[in-house]
Design a protein around this ligand. Structure first.
Ligand code: ADP
Ligand code: MG
Length: 464
């Protein structure tokens, strides 16, 4: 076989890095930092290497004091004699050119602590990350768009409108975009707000103004001067005219300035009846994506990843069992998993296996309902769980012991049967539809944060 002269191709940056490492050891810290640390190597030919200095003074000093040392070091590393060419130039700019992919990889030296502070200030939950979001066929498109936006907010997919049923990962994903933007560009201003809080803040600001304040200006400034605006559960602004008006202008202002807008909703734009057409048509104008019900593989993957993140000792077979039997949405899958975990932890000596999981998850896993749920079935289950009576729930007394079960009943009735608020109100002793709506909303919100309540609901559902 013919031998070709394999001349080693040297990477000038790597060579210079190695030289600098040696210099750092050989010179005093001050000398190294002052004269050599801010340099960059540019050209490397057979005979010479070009080094760029930040200023003429550094160049002259190095020339005078360290040239022989550098030459020696170069020889040692490359086995070659080089002429050193010194130049003055923009070192920072040269260094920037070396970064492979622009801003996403141009990590600022901001500490994790500062980043998290900024994320919280933006209203973001720091635990919802792109890194712990598992993608599968149900959410692939949404995830790809989210990743792209996180890299370059405002450029391609604007607005981004994400919709799906509950518990499928919208909130997680849009927080994750915000968190990534802050992490990569701490100077960018990100705001996460729910449709509900947006509305409440607006109402507060109008009230402030009527008292002589200037707070609508403050409200506008806040929302119209962001780089990324994330609004979750936009459906909440339905029927709220003033909020829609304000939102419309905020949207236009941001859009015109190529600022990123991200919206999550429980339904696609065309399904809104109580949001003005001029707004829903804007939703449609950008990138739309939905998240589908996850398949078995995705459910398993998510649970396994949660388990590993939390270092929980749960065998795969138990995870697979849960994933197989809870097929509704991720929130419920997680709830079932936690329930199993809590059960085993509370009973000393119980082994965590499929049998225990079956025991805990009971009806969820082996019953398929063949007839629709009635309001009476739900009410019975609620009463049994809270040891109270139907008469009390339907009655007028408003003690704590009754208010919670009553609101839980409202929640479950609406959630599970979609019976109109008015009819649920009538059924529950002739209550007004706004009372039912309020009860439903209250529990819906609490479920997001209270693990106990989630467990209660699961137990009640099992008993139906
Ligand atoms: P939604 O806003 O659509 O109701 P959430 O974002 O609140 O849903 O998701 C419910 C739960 O499921 C959260 O704990 C979230 O972390 C988790 N989850 C949903 N999808 C995923 C996923 N693809 N990877 C990891 N966790 C997920
Ligand atoms: Mg959500």
């Amino acid at each position: 076989m013919q031998k070709t002269a394999t001349k080693k191709i040297l990477d000038v940056k790597k060579v210079w890095k190695a030289v600098l490492a040696e210099m750092e050891v050989q010179l005093s810290e001050t000398n190294y930092k002052t004269w050599l640390s801010r340099t960059v190597a540019k050209g490397l030919t057979d005979k010479e290497i070009t080094i760029v200095f930040q200023n003429p003074h550094a160049l002259a000093t190095t020339d005078k004091l360290f040239k022989p040392m550098i030459k020696n070091s170069l020889k040692k590393i490359t086995k070659n004699d080089y002429n050193l060419i010194f130049k003055v130039g923009n070192v920072k700019e040269e260094q920037e050119k070396d970064k492979p992919f622009g801003p996403l990889f141009d990590k600022k030296k901001t500490s994790k602590f500062t980043i998290e502070k900024l994320q919280r200030k933006s209203g973001l939950n720091v635990n919802y990350k792109l890194e712990n979001y598992i993608s599968g066929s149900a959410n692939q498109l949404a995830f790809a768009i989210a990743t792209s936006i996180a890299r370059e907010p405002g450029s391609k997919y604007n607005p981004f409108f994400l919709y799906s049923g509950v518990g499928l990962g919208k909130t997680h994903l849009i927080h994750a975009i915000g968190n990534k933007v802050v992490e990569e560009n701490p100077e960018k201003k990100v705001i996460y707000v729910t449709g509900e809080n947006f509305t409440n803040e607006l109402i507060e600001s109008i009230r402030g103004k009527n008292k002589g304040g200037r707070s609508t200006d403050t409200f506008r400034k806040k929302y119209r001067q962001v780089d990324v605006l994330i609004i979750d559960d936009i459906q909440f602004i339905a029927k709220k005219d003033a909020t829609q008006e304000e939102f419309f202008h905020t949207f236009n202002e941001l859009y015109m300035n190529q600022k990123q807008i991200i919206i999550a909703s429980d339904r696609p734009p065309e399904a809104f009846k109580d949001i003005e057409e001029r707004i829903t048509s804007r939703f449609k104008s950008g990138m739309l994506a939905d998240i589908q019900t996850p398949d078995y593989e995705l459910r398993t993957a998510i649970l396994r990843s949660k388990r590993d993140d939390n270092n929980e000792n749960v065998p795969n077979e138990v995870i697979d069992f849960i994933a197989e039997h809870v097929a509704t949405n991720i929130r419920e899958v997680e709830g079932a998993y936690l329930q199993v975990l809590a059960y085993v932890q509370s009973k000393k000596g119980r082994v965590l296996n499929i049998e225990t999981a079956k025991e805990v998850l009971g009806n969820i896993v082996n019953e398929k309902r063949d007839r629709p749920l009635s309001l009476t079935t739900i009410l019975k289950a609620v009463c049994k769980y809270y040891s109270t009576t139907q008469i009390d729930i339907k009655g007028r007394r408003r003690t704590k012991e009754l208010v919670l079960p009553r609101q839980v009943a409202m929640y479950l009735m609406y959630d599970l049967t979609q019976t109109p608020y008015t009819s649920i109100g009538e059924f529950l002793g002739g209550r007004d539809h706004t009372t039912v709506m309020h009860g439903f909303d209250k529990i819906r919100k609490e479920v997001e944060t209270s693990m106990n309540l989630r467990k209660d609901l699961m137990n009640i559902k099992q008993a139906m």
